[in-house]
Design a protein around this ligand. Structure first.
Ligand SMILES: NC(=O)c1ccc[n+]([C@@H]2O[C@H](COP(=O)([O-])OP(=O)(O)OC[C@H]3O[C@@H](n4cnc5c(N)ncnc54)[C@H](O)[C@@H]3O)[C@@H](O)[C@H]2O)c1
Length: 254
C-alpha cells in the first residue's frame, strides 16, 4: 500500500469482473478514490465494491453499460473529478471463423471497442475541460496482435483497441493526457478462466503456449495498471504494456 495516488479519482469499467475488480482494489490500495462501473446490478457488484472499500472506504459503484453513450456521458459529467480511467469492460464468445454470427461479431465490436471509444472520449473531454493531466489505460490483449483460433471478433476488437490507444495518445499529448494499455496474456480468471474451465480444446492449447508455463493473475495485471497510473510512467504514452508470460514470442515445436 502507498499513498502514490492520493487525491486522484479513478474510474474502472468492467469493475465487477476479475481483472477490473483487481484494478479497483490496487488503485484504492495506492490511495485513489475509485468509481467502479459495470453492466451488472449493484447486488452482483457488491463484493467488488466491498473489497475496494477495504482499501479506501469511500469507493462507489454505478451500473453503466459502456455501449450506452448517453449513460456514459451523463455518469462522467456527474463525477466531481476524473484523473485515471481504466477502460476494461470486455467479453469473449469463441466461435470458429466459419461459424461466427453477425451478432457475435457486432457484440464484440460494440462492447470491446466502441465501449472503449465511448468511455475514453467522454473522459478525455472532461479531462481537457478541467485542464487535468489525466491517465487513460485500456485493457487490450496479447491477441490484439497475434492470431489465436476461434476468436476472430475478439482479436479484431483488441487490435482496434491498440490503434485507439495510439490515436488518442497522439492527439491528447498536447493536453498532457497519457494513453496506454495493458495487454494481458492468458489469465487464470475472468474470460480466460471461464474458457479454461468450459472449453477443453482451449485448455489443451493453453497448456502448450505459455513460455513461463503458468497463466497470469489479475493481481499482476492490476499492478501494471497502477504503474501506468503513477509517476514512474510520466513520459510514457501510446504504449501497449504486454504481460503474457511470453505467449506472443512465437513458439514452434522444435
Ligand atoms: N482473463 C483473461 O485472460 C484476459 C486476457 C486478456 C485480456 N483480458 C481483458 O480483460 C478485461 C476484463 O476481463 P476479465 O477477464 O476480467 O473478464 P470478466 O468477465 O471477469 O470481467 C469483464 C466485466 O465486464 C463487464 N461488462 C461486460 N459488458 C459490459 C458492458 N456493456 N458495460 C459494462 N460492463 C460490461 C462484465 O459484466 C464483467 O464484470 C476484458 O477487456 C478482457 O478482454 C482478459
Amino acid at each position: 500500500m502507498t499513498d502514490m495516488l492520493e487525491g486522484k479519482t479513478a474510474l474502472v469499467t468492467g469493475a465487477a469482473g476479475d481483472l477490473g475488480s483487481a484494478m479497483a482494489r490496487h488503485l484504492a490500495a495506492n490511495g485513489a478514490y475509485v468509481v467502479l462501473w459495470d453492466i451488472k446490478s449493484a447486488d452482483e457488484a457488491q463484493s467488488a465494491l466491498d473489497q475496494t472499500r477495504l482499501h479506501n472506504g469511500h469507493a462507489a459503484y454505478q451500473q453503466v453499460d459502456v455501449r450506452d453513450r448517453a449513460a456514459v456521458d451523463g455518469a462522467i459529467a456527474a463525477l466531481p473529478a476524473l484523473d485515471i480511467v481504466c477502460s476494461n469492460a470486455g467479453i469473449v464468445d469463441a466461435q470458429p471463423f466459419l461459424e461466427v454470427t453477425q451478432d457475435n461479431w457486432q457484440n464484440h465490436l460494440d462492447i470491446n471497442l466502441t465501449g472503449c471509444f465511448n468511455v475514453c472520449q467522454a473522459a478525455a473531454r472532461k479531462m481537457v475541460a478541467a485542464g487535468s493531466a489525466g491517465r487513460i489505460i485500456l485493457t487490450s490483449s496479447w491477441v490484439g496482435s497475434i492470431p489465436w483460433p476461434e476468436i476472430t471478433p475478439y482479436a479484431v476488437s483488441k487490435a482496434g483497441v491498440n490503434m485507439l490507444v495510439k490515436q488518442m495518445a497522439r492527439e491528447l499529448a498536447g493536453h498532457r493526457i497519457l494513453v496506454n494499455a495493458v495487454a494481458p496474456g492468458i489469465v487464470a480468471a475472468g474470460l480466460a478462466g471461464r474458457q479454461l474451465r468450459e472449453e477443453p480444446q482451449y485448455a489443451a492449447r493453453v497448456a502448450k503456449v505459455i513460455p513461463l508455463v503458468e497463466p497470469g493473475s489479475p493481481e499482476e495485471i492490476a499492478e501494471a495498471v497502477v504503474y501506468l497510473a503513477g509517476p514512474q510512467t510520466a513520459y510514457m504514452t501510446g504504449s501497449i504494456l504486454t504481460l503474457d508470460g511470453g505467449c506472443s514470442l512465437f513458439q514452434f515445436d522444435a
